[in-house]
Design a protein around this ligand. Structure first.
Ligand SMILES: [Mg+2]
Length: 235
């Protein structure tokens, strides 16, 4: 039975797909940051509550009206690099977004079992890279808080590549600056659209994170092996 068949059968029987690899198959590991290593609760709270609150205060609006206006504004640039560009939002909203991010950085937290998993990767001698759509300023705020930089060979922001991970071109451009073998690379991300783009490029081993936020219910992917925490990959 090949892994694609067993993956399909597990869905048909209502179970979750198991990752179809063993660690000796893997040389390089790409890890998303927000919702994969770090609790997405911070980002959700920041954009959905904190920014609307500050924006409402500044513009003499009531909070629900400010929130509704901003959620619509966010949607207009979803899945683009603008969405993650703190300078773009600072200018568009007339707020110092990087400063606001710092104000609530105590809410930045590492998801369960991530630290153990990163130590396990080091023990196994894997090349581990952080690959994020986050803006360099957002990355800085988060790394100051969680101190995980030394776990990675390199931290790569989409801004450096010039397109968001959702775009197939991202993976071509990434390959130019960081040669890697698609067949022996594992990539974990909480956004299916990003995994689809990586799959389209041919990255062989893809893992979906089913619970990006500690405050929201888990949602398993129907397309990729989908884990609740990295403990499931420590085999
Ligand atoms: Mg993410």
């Amino acid at each position: 039975m090949n892994s694609a068949n067993s993956f399909q059968e597990q869905f048909e029987t209502g179970g979750q797909a198991r990752p179809g690899f063993t660690w000796p198959d893997i040389e390089t590991v790409f890890l998303d940051m927000d919702g994969t290593l770090l609790d997405k609760y911070y980002d959700d709270y920041f954009w959905e509550h904190y920014v609307p609150e500050v924006y409402a205060r500044k513009n003499n609006l009531d909070h629900p009206a400010a929130r509704q206006h901003l959620l619509g504004t966010y949607r207009s640039v979803e899945n683009t690099l603008q969405w993650t560009d703190l300078d773009y939002w600072s200018e568009r909203l007339g707020l110092d977004i990087a400063k606001l991010k710092k104000e609530i950085s105590h809410l930045v937290n590492i998801l369960p079992h991530v630290v153990d998993f990163l130590a396990y990767m080091e023990d196994l001698g894997k090349k581990v890279y952080l690959v994020t759509n986050a803006h360099p300023k957002a990355l800085q705020v988060k790394m100051e808080r969680v101190q995980l930089e030394t776990c990675f060979q390199r931290l790569i922001c989409s801004q450096e590549i010039g397109v968001a991970k959702e775009e197939p071109a991202f993976w071509h451009k990434l390959h130019n600056i960081l040669p890697y073998d698609k067949e022996t690379t594992l990539f974990a991300d909480d956004t299916e659209k990003v995994l689809h783009s990586a799959a389209g490029y041919g990255i062989r081993h893809l893992i979906h994170i089913a619970q990006p936020s500690s405050r929201r219910k888990a949602q398993h992917s129907r397309h990729y092996p989908s884990i609740l925490s990295f403990r499931e990959l420590m085999f």
